[in-house]
Design a protein around this ligand. Structure first.
Ligand code: MG
Length: 157
């Protein structure tokens, strides 16, 4: 078995789409980035690469490479799933840290969608929501952060 952790933070801006774990969320503000800025998918992707000992998202999918410009979280995770051949994802535990918009009503959809993106059973994925109590950039509503931990094991097949 191997464990990995990931972290990401993106800035919120008016008029940008807000996509978390592949779910398009109705919001007047969304996340900025050269990709779809799916901060949750990015944290999970980094955690998976970490578990594989395969570096990080920025190295594997450089923004200077036009192939990855605007790439969705799904595209990046699909690419990582190829690298996970011979491994099985035991579970993913992730936390979204956001002051705005309120995400409580979206939590279960985000969690289910993340399992679909990873092509694993829903019970293997947990998504938690936190605010940062008004502190720091996230607390001022300037961005959304995500953390993830994953456990992978050698696949029997
Ligand atoms: Mg990112």
């Amino acid at each position: 078995m191997r464990v990995g952790t990931g972290w990401d933070l993106h800035r919120l801006a008016p008029g940008r789409p807000l996509i978390l774990g592949g779910v398009s969320i109705a919001s007047p503000v969304g996340l900025e980035g050269h990709s779809d800025a799916d901060v949750l998918a990015h944290a999970v992707g980094d955690a998976l690469l970490g578990a594989l000992g395969a570096g990080d998202l920025g190295t594997c999918f450089p923004s200077s490479d036009s192939r990855w410009k605007g790439a969705s979280g799904q595209v990046l995770l699909d690419e990582i799933l190829v690298r996970l051949s011979g491994w099985r994802i035991e579970n993913v535990d992730a936390t979204l840290i956001a002051e705005r918009p309120r995400l409580a009503e979206w939590r279960e959809r985000i969690q289910a969608s993340l399992a679909l993106l990873l092509r694993i059973e829903g019970e293997r994925v947990n998504v938690k929501l936190k605010s940062s109590d008004g502190l720091g950039a996230v607390g001022r509503g300037e961005g959304i952060a995500a953390q993830a931990a994953v456990l992978i094991s050698r696949s029997p097949d």
